[in-house]
Structure formats: C-alpha cells, structure tokens
Design a protein around this ligand. Structure first.
Ligand SMILES: [Zn+2]
Ligand SMILES: [Zn+2]
Length: 296
C-alpha cells in the first residue's frame, strides 16, 4: 500500500498502530494484504460508519424530533427543503418521513409507557420486538392505516413529491448499493462486512437505541410517572438526545441539558444555525440566553 497521498498525521498513526494491530489482523482469515493495508481499510470503514452515525442522527434529532415533532424552531420553506434533502443523503436507506415520525413521537409523549405508546419497553419483551412494533406503528401512520386525531397533525413538515421518491424500496436498495460499493473497495476482512447491516438500518437503529435505552437504563434528574432516563451524564454520541428524562420533563425546551455537565450538542448546533439565520429558535420557549439555559 502506497502511503503517499495520506496526511503525515495519518501516516504516523498507521506506522504506530500497524505493528500493534498485526496480531489482531492475523487472527482473522486474511486475504493478500499486509497489516498497513488492513488497518487503512479498517479505518476507512470506521470513518464511514462514524460520519454516517453523526450526520444521520444530527438530522433525526434536529429535523424529525425538535423541528417536526416539537416545533422548537421555525425556518423558511427553502431551508426546510434543504433539511429534507439532508435527511435523505445522510439517512439514505433508512430515510423516514418527518410527518409520520412527528405524529408517532407526539403520541409517545401523550401516552408514555401506556398501552397506547407506539414504542415503550414496557410493551415489548426486548429491544428487537420494540423495534418491530415501532416500525409497524410508523408504517400504519405513514400509510394512513390508522386514524390519528387532528391535534397530533398540526404544524408538521410535508413534502409528498419528495417522499414519493425517497420513501420507496427502490431508493432504499439504491442506497444499499452505494454502501456495498464502498465496502467492496475497503472491506478486505470478512468481519468488516458485519457493519453493513448497521449502516442499512442506521436511522431506525438509532431511534430504537434511544427509545429503548432511554426508558430502561440511566439516571433521572426529575421524578416522573414514566420510565424516562438520561442515558449518559456526558453525551458525545447522541446529539443531546440521551437526556431523555430531562426532555420528558420539559418537552417544550430546545435545550435538553439540565446540569452544567450535560452538554446538548444538538442545541449548540441549533444556536449556531440560529446565529447564521438558517433557523429561528422560538425565544419564548427556548430562552436563548447566554448560558443556553431556559428563562422560566
Ligand atoms: Zn420517551
Ligand atoms: Zn420528544
């Protein structure tokens, strides 16, 4: 493998890590490559996965959750369409409708942990059955198979013409083809392919992970009559969505943080977009003060 063309930082990292990684790579069936190549390819898959994780969840948190379901901010019709396209590019095969997601999530807040909750761990024996239940409920809402009260349908973004292309199996399979093409270039060890299904289901997997864990494991800042928890005291991976107990207590707040160490990255991103004029945070609810905390 020719290392020219890679930055010196990465060449140094590879030179350092390759000997350490040698026993690991030689443990698995190898094709015809040295540890340098294996490590570089492993890093490409890893970087792809990480970028996919953060960009996909960024749009699910900001657009589906905070904008569609909760109306935490407003934006122009054109910017809304930019977000639609952003969701499509980053969520790809797991693209979901912000309209149907918004309704389902409002039902979750209205009926948390009861029989009418579209996704509660209390109604499912494990995460995978809850995942399937969520999926079934989502498609019932998307296709109009269930009747939804009018009050849950207000102020939701819709772009039917776009969804008619993005929300289809041919589109999902096209994205699968894109992922397979990337993997076919870089997955030179069989186990690297194990990440592919995670990428295919990325958006719904992230939703299921939060909906399950945040009602099962974690700590609470507020006693509630539901099982909502904050998954992590410091959240570098869920764009602030892990502060789910705080969010159930104050669903109208843009900032999910409560303690100073609970930094809501999604809120910080929104403040940046607000400063740039892309979105307009609802001042009365968000209290966009210097500390990022709410005015009561
Ligand atoms: Zn919840
Ligand atoms: Zn919510």
């Amino acid at each position: 493998m020719n290392l020219a063309g890679l930055s010196s930082t990465r060449v140094n990292a590879i030179a350092y890590l390759a000997p350490q990684a040698q026993p690991f790579f030689s443990y698995f069936p190898r094709y015809d490559e040295d540890a340098n190549t294996a490590l570089i390819n492993c890093m490409e898959i890893f970087i792809f996965f990480i970028v996919h994780w953060y960009t996909s969840l960024f749009f699910q948190s900001l657009f589906h959750h905070r904008y569609a379901a909760h109306n935490h901010f407003t934006m122009s019709r054109n910017w809304e369409r930019v977000f639609f396209v952003g969701c499509y590019i980053t969520q790809g095969s797991s693209y979901i409708s912000a309209y149907a997601y918004g309704i389902m999530h409002r039902l979750h807040h209205a009926h948390t942990d009861t029989e009418e909750d579209p996704h509660s761990p209390d109604n499912s024996p494990n995460m995978f059955t809850m995942w399937k239940q969520t999926r079934d409920n989502y498609f019932d809402i998307y296709s109009g198979r269930v009747t939804v009260e009018e009050r849950y349908k207000k102020d939701l973004p819709q772009w039917h013409a776009f969804d008619r292309i993005a929300h289809t199996w041919p589109s999902r399979l096209l994205w699968l083809g894109v992922y397979i093409t990337f993997y076919s270039f870089f997955a030179t060890q069989w186990w690297m392919w194990l990440f592919l299904p995670l990428q295919f289901f990325m958006g719904s997997m992230q939703g299921a992970a939060i909906n399950w864990w945040a009602h099962r494991f974690g700590y609470t800042n507020f006693p509630m009559d539901n099982t909502s928890k904050n998954i992590l005291p410091v959240d570098p991976v869920f764009w602030g969505e892990s502060f789910h107990n705080n969010h159930h207590r104050h669903p109208g707040r843009v900032n999910n943080a409560h303690h100073w160490w609970e930094v809501d990255m999604g809120f910080l991103a929104l403040r940046g977009l607000h400063a740039l004029g892309v979105v307009q945070l609802r001042e009365s609810r968000a209290g966009v003060g210097r500390t990022g905390r709410l005015h009561h």
